[in-house]
Each structure stands twice: as C-alpha cells, then as structure tokens.
Design a protein around this ligand. Structure first.
Ligand SMILES: *[C@@H]1O[C@H](CO)[C@@H](O)[C@H](O)[C@H]1NC(C)=O
Ligand SMILES: *[C@@H]1O[C@H](CO)[C@@H](O)[C@H](O)[C@H]1NC(C)=O
Ligand SMILES: *[C@@H]1O[C@H](CO)[C@@H](O)[C@H](O)[C@H]1NC(C)=O
Ligand SMILES: *[C@@H]1O[C@H](CO)[C@@H](O)[C@H](O)[C@H]1NC(C)=O
Length: 207
C-alpha cells in the first residue's frame, strides 16, 4: 500500500503539462525590456506547474552579466530539498530570439519567457518545448519572499489568465516551512508510516 501511495505521489508530481500544437514564444505576452540587473538575486519558488523537479523549499539565484545595459549571460541556480536532502539544479541563461531567454540545464535547454514581474515582489516564468505535434509547458511563480502578498497574488493570477497554455493548469504549491526546508534527520523518512503520511500530505496539496 505504501508503495502504491508513493507511486501515485510521484506520478502526480511528475505529470508534465502537454498540449497539442506548437510553441508560440514570439507572440506570447511577456515583459517588455526585461531588466536582468533588476531581476538579479534570490527568488523563492512559490508554485510550479508539475514538472521533473521534485523538491520543496526551492530558491533560485539569478546572477547576470550585463554589458552596456544588455544581458550577456547569467546563471540561474536552484536549490531544492527532496527527501530531506539538498539538491541543486543549475542553469546557464543566454539571450535567445526576441524576448526569449534560453535556460540550459545539464539535461535540457528551455526557451523561457518572463511573462510578468515587478522585479521586487513577484515573477512568472514560462517555458515551452515542442515536437512536431505537441508542446510541453513549464511555469513557475516566483517571489522575493516565500509567500505572496494579496496584491502580488492578484498580479500573478492576472498574468496567468492572459496565457492560454497555463490559465487552466494545476499548480503545485512549493512549501517553505521549517519542516519542508529541513535537510538532516533523513531517518524520519525511513519510517514507512511517517513517510506515507508525508506522501499523503503532499499528494493532498496537489489535488
Ligand atoms: C536596469 O536596472 C538598473 C538598476 O535599476 C539600471 O541601472 C539600468 O539602467 C536598467 N537598464 C535598462 C536597460 O533599463
Ligand atoms: C530517502 O532517503 C533515505 C535515506 O537517505 C533513503 O533510504 C530513501 O531511499 C530515500 N527515498 C527516496 C524516495 O529517495
Ligand atoms: C549549483 O550552484 C551552487 C551555488 O551556486 C553550487 O554550490 C552547486 O555546487 C552547484 N551544483 C551543481 C550540481 O552544479
Ligand atoms: C510528440 O510529443 C507527444 C507528447 O509527448 C508524443 O505523444 C508524440 O508521440 C510526439 N510526437 C513525435 C512526432 O515525436
């Protein structure tokens, strides 16, 4: 039974959003004149559409190299906690066509747009990858703090509604509690009962 619960949990977390059709990164509404300098620093991942990331307590640091007011490159290093263990997922960012930023991870390169941001409170990132018939879509709600204010929530939701790909998507809320962020004491998870309860708890957040 524990095994079943865990498999259901993993399947939910990893169900990537797939839609018919092509990516339209050139026509999607995104931030005009993105200022990489203002975007630099730490962001808390508040929520994401389910993807291959599996952690909670996720924070990302954007470190750009800007010359003559133009983005040359950047790093976007994300720290997450999964199963009480810290893992990193680091990307190199380079400017792509138009407003696209290419986030290159060790396993994939993602064409990404900053759909909206006020730089000091919230940001909404969107990535799209397509084959001949289908597209995979990623999106992340980021905050300068580990929770949004009511106004920031309104702003993020407004930006989400403007994007046909993500407006009906299910979001996974990323926990930032002390327990979510704890990295030692993996022994807690060795207890099947407690582990399955934790999986239940996570699963219920997804549904
Ligand atoms: C980006 O923001 C920085 C810091 O606020 C500012 O100095 C710079 O002029 C801005 N760049 C552009 C292209 O607006
Ligand atoms: C979680 O960590 C424990 C202890 O390190 C390990 O035995 C267990 O296999 C891990 N579980 C998962 C799902 O990675
Ligand atoms: C990712 O970046 C962090 C901090 O910049 C670094 O400590 C970590 O070793 C890097 N991890 C990987 C897997 O590149
Ligand atoms: C495109 O991706 C979809 C969804 O992942 C998959 O079902 C389909 O087989 C893929 N088509 C091609 C031509 O690779």
């Amino acid at each position: 039974m524990y095994r079943l619960i865990f498999i259901a949990f993993l399947a939910s977390v990893r169900a990537q959003l797939e839609l018919e059709g092509a990516c339209s990164l050139a026509t999607v509404n995104a931030v005009e004149n993105f200022n990489a300098t203002q975007f630099s620093g730490q962001w808390f991942q508040i929520a994401r559409i389910a993807n291959e990331e599996n952690g909670v307590c996720v924070t990302s640091t954007f470190s750009p190299v800007v010359e003559n007011n133009l983005l040359v490159s950047a790093t976007y290093n994300s720290r997450q906690v999964f199963n009480k263990t810290e893992t990193w997922r680091n990307a190199t960012v380079t400017p792509g066509t138009g407003k696209v930023l290419v986030f290159t991870y060790p396993d994939q390169a993602l064409d990404t747009l900053v759909l909206d941001t006020d730089y000091d409170g919230f940001a909404l990132l969107y990535s799209c990858w397509a084959n001949a018939t289908h597209k995979k879509v990623w999106a992340w709600q980021l905050g300068r703090a580990n929770a949004f204010s009511a106004q920031q929530t309104t702003n993020v939701n407004k930006a989400i509604e403007q994007n046909a790909d993500i407006k009906a998507a299910q979001w996974f809320r990323v926990g930032h509690s002390k327990q979510d962020c704890q990295t030692s004491g993996a022994s807690v998870l060795l207890s099947p009962l407690i582990f399955s309860l934790a999986a239940y708890n996570l699963l219920s957040k997804l549904l």
